[in-house]
Design a protein. Structure first.
Lengths: 265, 246
């Protein structure tokens, strides 16, 4: 089914153009409307890193090597996930103008919003590369393994899209899903190895790196970006499994609940 | 944009019932607390079992008194609402037009033109070519890069109208659109419509203005109580509608 959709898109090149157009406009709306503009997108991860650095490295003395970079890559992955899920719960209500008067495919609205978030992620990722290679004292430099980041990001993209589809479809029938999800994400945030030392995390929560779909993505990304080693393929397989299952559930939800968005919202 | 397929829309046994909940809150908490209370809700059968077929290039009139289901029928045929029973097959992009059309108030006129144009199936290059025409027709040249939330309602309606007539979807649903703008604009609008109909777009026209319907429509449907009572000759449909009003 997914193949069929992709195929249809490629045939009518207008759809790719449209996705890119919507993504660009979304990006502009998010960052150019405010006084700080794009600068904020760059400052925010740095501020977050500063906070966690002070808490976990200076006060709690975790002794993780290259901790600032460790935090940096973890946080930008996490932020992408949160922006793409929490940030899109009301998407069908906000973007109603797109589907209310035409038979546009709703999936395109989601994909374009996630592409817009990907642009933000891309900028943050460039910042990470600069930081890691020029400012980080304990950096191991670039490596061929870095290419795996593409595989990790696609994984994260599918996972976020799937969750986004599920949440925003549920929003149609239960508006307070947004509050529930905020609590759930803060739970998930503390159960992901974003600022913990990996060994502490694994010891305290054995095999939870397999139970938490976002944990594996963070662990593997650090492996390929900071440890010059290939990803843990078993973990990678699990995480793709999660992402694809959630994506399929998401598509079912969109068909069942999301199709009624025009009359319910 | 013209496809070989002669049929624009086939609707078979479609119907639509709205379940209107009288409980105002739609939240998980509310659900949980009222688990054992039956939900109070009303069913409104907006559209009863209907089948119809619209050919490419046809102009169909849709008439009936207020609340007879015209708008629901257009929304189902446009693919905006899912149908409860049966199925609708739509060949091509659709656009529903009434007083507000798919534009975001947060975007500028320029952005809205590109977004709407793209949603209607045009490529960016095609929108580039149409851009000036759309702006001039809408008479909003001085406000191209102004967010439309700052537009007057007349400007907004003219812009929407201009996008619709110039970009145009394969199948257009026009819900009482001849009331947009001042006299001069209406004249211009009608002129453009006449010419774009000749180009062979499929149009479904919802109107209470019988002169408009009888002038432009090849066929017309008369609706009553959610049912299409008659679908065929325009004159006959108008006659039924006039009788119904008495």
């Amino acid at each position: 089914m997914i193949l069929k959709i992709v195929n249809e898109w490629l045939r009518q090149s207008n759809k790719l153009e449209r996705l890119w157009l919507l993504a660009k406009i979304e990006f502009k709306l998010r960052y150019y409307e405010n006084k700080l503009g794009l600068l904020w997108a760059l400052i925010k991860p740095l501020m977050d890193i500063l906070i966690y650095y002070v808490v976990f490295q200076i006060i709690l003395k975790q002794n993780v090597p290259a901790f600032a970079s460790y935090l940096f890559i973890g946080l930008i992955l996490w932020n992408f996930f949160v922006e793409s899920t929490t940030g899109t719960i009301q998407i069908l209500s906000v973007k109603k103008y797109l589907y209310e008067y035409s038979n546009m495919n709703k999936l395109e609205i989601y994909i374009s919003t996630l592409i817009s978030n990907s642009i933000g992620f891309f900028f943050n990722f460039i910042m990470f590369l600069v930081f890691y290679n020029f400012l980080e004292k304990e950096s191991t430099g670039l490596s061929v393994q870095n290419i795996w980041i593409v595989v990790m990001f696609v994984n994260l993209f599918i996972l976020s899209l799937g969750m986004s589809l599920i949440l925003s479809s549920l929003y149609i029938v239960a508006k307070d899903i947004s509050q529930v999800w905020v609590v759930f994400t803060s739970f998930l945030f503390f159960l992901s190895p974003i600022f913990y030392k990996l060994s502490t995390f694994k010891q305290a929560l054995p095999s939870f790196d397999y139970g938490n779909p976002i944990a594996g993505i963070i662990i593997n990304t650090r492996r390929v970006m900071m440890e010059q080693s290939p990803p843990d393929f078993r973990l990678l397989g699990f995480d793709y499994g999660y992402a694809i299952v959630l994506m399929i559930i998401g598509l079912i939800f969109l068909n069942k609940l999301g199709s009624r968005a025009a009359e319910k919202l | 944009m013209i496809m070989k397929n002669e049929i624009a829309i086939i609707a078979k046994d479609i119907s639509k019932t709205f379940h209107i909940s009288e409980d105002s809150h739609n939240t998980v908490k509310h659900r949980l607390f009222n688990l054992f209370n039956p939900r109070r809700r009303k069913d409104v059968a907006a559209l009863r079992l209907t089948s119809l077929e619209i050919k490419r290039g046809e102009c169909i009139g849709l008439i009936g008194r207020n609340g007879c289901g015209k708008t629901t029928l257009t929304k189902v045929l446009a693919g905006v609402y899912p149908t409860d029973t049966g199925q609708v097959k739509i060949n091509g992009s659709t656009m529903l037009m009434n007083l507000g059309v798919g534009m975001s108030h947060e975007l500028t006129a320029r952005e809205n033109i590109y977004v709407s144009g793209s949603v209607l199936g045009l490529k960016i290059k095609e929108v580039d070519q149409l851009f000036d025409k759309i702006i001039d027709f809408a008479e909003v040249r001085d406000f191209v890069d102004t967010k439309i939330k700052f537009f007057s309602s007349g400007m907004m309606a003219r812009l929407a109208f201009s996008i619709a007539v110039n970009a145009g979807a394969d199948i257009m649903f026009l819900d009482e659109i001849f009331s947009v703008g001042d006299m001069k604009f209406q004249e211009k609008a009608i002129k453009v419509f006449e010419s774009s109909w000749i180009e062979g777009k499929t149009v479904v026209l919802v109107s209470h203005g019988m002169d408009v319907v009888s002038k432009y429509c090849n066929r017309a449907a008369f609706m009553k109580d959610g049912r299409v009572e008659f679908f065929g000759e325009t004159e006959k449909a108008i006659q039924l509608y006039t009788q119904d009003n008495q």
